[in-house]
Design a binder for this molecule. Sequence first.
Ligand SMILES: NC(=O)c1ccc[n+]([C@@H]2O[C@H](COP(=O)([O-])OP(=O)(O)OC[C@H]3O[C@@H](n4cnc5c(N)ncnc54)[C@H](OP(=O)(O)O)[C@@H]3O)[C@@H](O)[C@H]2O)c1
Length: 316
Amino acid sequence: MSASGTETDLVTGAFSYSGSRIAELLMDSGREVRTLTNHADRDHPLRARVHALPYRFEDPDSLAASLEGIATLYNTYWVRFERGRTTFTSAVDNSRALFEAARRAGVARIVHVSIANPSTDSPLPYYRGKALVEQALAAAGVPYAIVRPTFVFGGGSDVLANNIAWILRRMPLFVVPGDGRYLVQPIHVDDLARICLQAARGRRDVILDAAGPDTMSFEELVRAIRDAVGQRTPILHAPPAAMAAFARALGLVVRDVVLTADEIRGLTAGLLTSHQPALGQISFLEWLNENGPTLGRAYANELARHFRMSETPAPS
Ligand SMILES: NC(=O)c1ccc[n+]([C@@H]2O[C@H](COP(=O)([O-])OP(=O)(O)OC[C@H]3O[C@@H](n4cnc5c(N)ncnc54)[C@H](OP(=O)(O)O)[C@@H]3O)[C@@H](O)[C@H]2O)c1
């Protein structure tokens, strides 16, 4: 609790994507917010209102000190792919260190953002790593809620829907991996943030999916985005390996990792859906109708956001 008597929560990544919406909702409800981030100086609308500290996973005492006085820890920390010294193993270790620091600091509850369909048996390191982090949280000794989103859209910083739109606007064709019939169930970032805040209120340990009201095949999703951005780009099908090669080639042009081979495997295996009743309320298709004119005008670059410290803009 702060000197003013207001309770303080900590949201990892409050100047990034989903963490930013969680932080904003918390402050709208009268709470104070602290954050851990690699980008404490990022130019962001919340920067003046959120006390930012660096992630110090390698220093357990400092990490615990940054969590002193926190009521709820909202954790969005994870890495999308491995690169250099950033690995899924290190991300699992860092998450474990964060939970241990929260326990030492006396944090009352952890709301952890995971992913739909994680599994320790998964052949995909992302999904396996996410399952290991969930296990670490369950063993940490702090009451918790695990929120598992499918794939997140909206809010101006989404990667997948935005970059599909960018490709449809800029490229002569769009390649759908496989038959395109596997399902996706997007969740709006505002719904995800609301579900996280609701999950903070309970006392019991809970695990719930965060998925939106619209389920469609991936091909239907691409066609809906194409209509919304007013393009007629031909949509072709290719084996997932060919799609991965295409994504790698595009990555050279935009200086990014557009989509990894593992992400294509997860997508074509239908992992971006939930098997629970949808908790999200915002329709992807309605959102598309409203946001089509601006969607995909600029490319959202993951490497620039999280890996390049001195950012040289890639083509937009
Ligand atoms: N976005 C989606 O479509 C989606 C779908 C399903 C599940 N999820 C899960 O939802 C959670 C939040 O996702 P998000 O898209 O909102 O994440 P994000 O905002 O891009 O990042 C969340 C936090 O992780 C840190 N981070 C990200 N990549 C990193 C890297 N390579 N090295 C070091 N730190 C890194 C960020 O650091 P900074 O603070 O320095 O930016 C931020 O603090 C994640 O656990 C993700 O797995 C996301």
